[in-house]
Design a protein around this ligand. Sequence first.
Ligand SMILES: C[S@@+](CC[C@H](N)C(=O)[O-])C[C@H]1O[C@@H](n2cnc3c(N)ncnc32)[C@H](O)[C@@H]1O
Length: 313
Amino acid sequence: MTRLRAGRRPVLPTLETPQSREVASADPRSHAPLGSSSPAGRELLSQSVDLYGTAYGNFAAQALQQVRLETYGEDFGQSSWVTGAEYRRFCRLLQLRATDHVLDVGCGSGGPALFLAREVGCRVTGVDINEAGIRTGLALAREASAQDRVEFRHADVRQPLPFPDQAFDAIVCLDVMCHLPDRGRLFAEWRRVLRPGGRALYTDPVVVTGLVSREEFATRSSTGYFEFAPPGVNERLLREAGFELVLSDDVTDNEVEVSRRWHAARQRRAAELARLEGEETFAGLQRFLATVHRLTRERRMCRSLYLARRPEE
Ligand SMILES: C[S@@+](CC[C@H](N)C(=O)[O-])C[C@H]1O[C@@H](n2cnc3c(N)ncnc32)[C@H](O)[C@@H]1O
């Protein structure tokens, strides 16, 4: 029997592109010792790395602005896997109107909420647990003179949402769900704060659709608390919370492409970003992005979109 050395994965048959080779060449395992390939044979899984504190705290830094532009093409201040084209599609799916009030759950540094207000003309309230994100959102809203339409609040959505019943026409939640325990309880809160007939749209970027090693799980979850769902669980929990599932769709391609571009844009500024973020954080984020890219390109993890509706009463 051939024994595979721990810490090595068999090479999987993948469709190699020049782009995928760019990320693959920055092998995540080259940045830090992982698994028992370390000298003492110890298990050294990925250290946690502060993606959001780093991104939101340095939001205005020139280097990070350039990274966002090269990553997303259209930089509206997002820190997820969402591009402008994709978000416009989400707005259409939600059937948003200028008279709507939208709740953005896990709004990050506020860019996506301001994007909605700009594109649709609606009111948006964003909540996030990250204080640097909320501070940046408030500053961006002031800069855009959008305080009358866009509001940000510091809130931990693991707690009951700080809003009355039926306060919103729609809910959007971009690549946040994986960070939240007990999403069934959150869905019940969404149902409470949505008006009857209101819609909720969210993306889950870590639906497990293939074989994933312990190291890969550790690196993929190195940016915070994570829950990985198998296919079908999001759908079931939405139904159990009283939602009608309108659509579920595979939106993995965006994660494949954004992670590739994000990694490459940061790698081109490696020295500058290592000074800004610290060597360890820089390397940790590169390892994280390379792992996201590999897992999604090989479709071992997928990103799913869910659109649900609170039934009329
Ligand atoms: C991938 S970012 C997405 C940010 C934003 N939706 C975007 O598209 O740019 C995930 C966000 O979830 C937020 N988050 C994680 N746990 C949270 C919690 N318990 N309550 C509120 N926000 C949370 C993080 O602070 C982070 O801003």
